[in-house]
Design a protein around this ligand. Sequence first.
Ligand SMILES: [Zn+2]
Length: 226
Amino acid sequence: MFKDIEAAVERGCEGRIITSTYQNFTDIESLKGFYMLMSDNNINIEIIRSGRKTIAIEITRDLRVLVRAPFGISDRDVQRFIEEKSSWLEKHISKKIEMTEQQKELAPKFTAEEIRQLADGTLTVIPERVAYYAPIVGVRFGKITIRNQVSRWGSCSSKGNLNFNCLLMLTPPDVIDYVVVHELCHCKELNHSVKFWSEVARILPNYEVPKKWLKDNGNSLIQRLR
Ligand SMILES: [Zn+2]
């Protein structure tokens, strides 16, 4: 039984505190299902320490488990907290996995032909938007490439070459403009500093709206590439 947990930890549960001190769990039998669930679904627990006063746990939309803890609390107490929350986590993670599976069934994967059409469409729209916004941002750009990426909506290299996701074709026009402006602003600022965001806001004062749209709807589109 102990070996199972060890294997589970090795396979997936990389949350630092859990891997280093899991032997100290008082009731390891009751945590076995929890560990297997975490491991089988490749879910890690991330511990984020900050100046906050209380400890809290959260399951994100993209199925990550975040524990937010004050600097002052010991690893042992963080671990005990996770232990106390394990059945809550198990229940909610199972539910989220089930919902994700259902969504996948509703929205089948894109075929190669569909992706090709999306890429063609994106290639007719994006360069025009880039050409429009580049002088407003005040940057020059290099090559524009359209990709079917599962990790990002766009990117900008230090040479000013731009990549855009073909799935942008399935998003509203203000989202396309937001991603274009976002990447062009990266030609000036290669990070997400306050300066970067104020530059985005200068060009698109309402950028929070398309940004939120992507956050809420982006994953379900990207899932269809996987
Ligand atoms: Zn960015």
